[in-house]
Design a protein around this ligand. Structure first.
Ligand SMILES: [Fe+2]
Ligand SMILES: [Fe+2]
Length: 279
């Protein structure tokens, strides 16, 4: 233990430790302190399609947040260093708050429904089943050779921080914010999303920094990272069409797709790898 404690002094300048300090400083918002009274008034005036699209996007977010919160425990176990684990303790707390935000929003506007009805197979795979599988692989690799553990972490971090947070969630905010902005509605939910996005910025940065360093140690990681992104980019048209059905404020699907693909490119740039020619 003494050796582990001593490493605390060695990590104060690392990127994960810096993100950990930022999380302590900026991650203090509370979903339960957000005023949803105007949202409740707005909700009564929305038409059926508007309500349907908001229920759908928020249900996908809710299931995603529950799943990442649950799975992050395995990332915490598998990460080798104190500074990485310290940051992930803040992330786990924040993912719980994010799930709470969506639950509390619907509770506050008096809307109760079964969120699982919106989970089509493509979202069940990427948000739940495949993420669970990556987490089991992490546990299997913990006591194996370092290269196996690193490979499992690269797959899992690409999936979680790259695809789920860095591609799908970013795209979801876009649709939700476009809708709220064009209609001038739901200020409480938008305040929560604003805070949530600041948290998610740290989560994504942590993941992309991890992948960048993994590539510096082993350039062959690039292929693993591309394989995970490719698996879900193949479904991007399906997921966008689903989110835009119905499409009451007329969000342009081409612009939406371009926004999503730009998020993907931003992630690759942060990791420091070029976009594969096939994409
Ligand atoms: Fe989250
Ligand atoms: Fe997150």
């Amino acid at each position: 233990m003494a050796g582990k404690l001593a490493t605390v002094l060695d990590v104060t300048e690392t990127k994960p430790f810096d993100l950990y300090q930022k999380a302590k400083q900026f991650g203090k918002w509370d979903p339960q302190k957000i005023d949803f009274s105007k949202d409740a008034q707005d909700w009564k005036r929305l038409d059926a399609d508007e309500k349907e699209q908001i229920r759908k996007i928020c249900s996908l977010f809710y299931h995603g947040e529950l799943s990442v919160h649950e799975n992050l425990a395995m990332y915490f176990i598998a990460m080798p260093r104190f500074d990485q684990k310290a940051f992930l303790t803040t992330q786990m707390h924040e993912e719980a708050k994010h799930a709470e935000l969506f639950a509390y929003f619907f509770q506050s506007i008096g809307e109760q429904f079964d969120t699982s009805t919106y989970m089509i197979p493509e979202f069940v795979s990427v948000l739940e089943a495949d993420l669970d599988r990556r987490s089991r692989a992490l546990l299997d690799a913990i006591n194996g050779p370092d290269e196996e553990r690193e490979a499992a972490l690269v797959d899992a971090v690409t999936h979680y921080m790259g695809v789920v947070e860095g591609l799908l969630a970013e795209s979801g905010y876009y649709a939700l914010e476009e809708m709220a902005k064009r209609r001038g509605i739901l200020p409480g939910l938008m305040e929560g999303i604003k805070q949530l996005r600041i948290d998610e910025g740290r989560h994504i940065t942590f993941g992309m920094d991890f992948l960048k360093e993994a590539i510096e140690r082993n350039p062959a990681c690039v292929e693993r990272i591309n394989a995970v992104f490719d698996q879900y980019l193949a479904n991007i048209h399906i997921t966008i069409s689903y989110v835009l059905d119905p499409n009451p404020v007329g969000i342009d699907s081409d612009k939406f797709l371009e926004y999503s693909l730009q998020q993907y490119r931003n992630r690759l740039e942060a990791i420091g790898i070029a976009e594969p020619a096939a994409n």
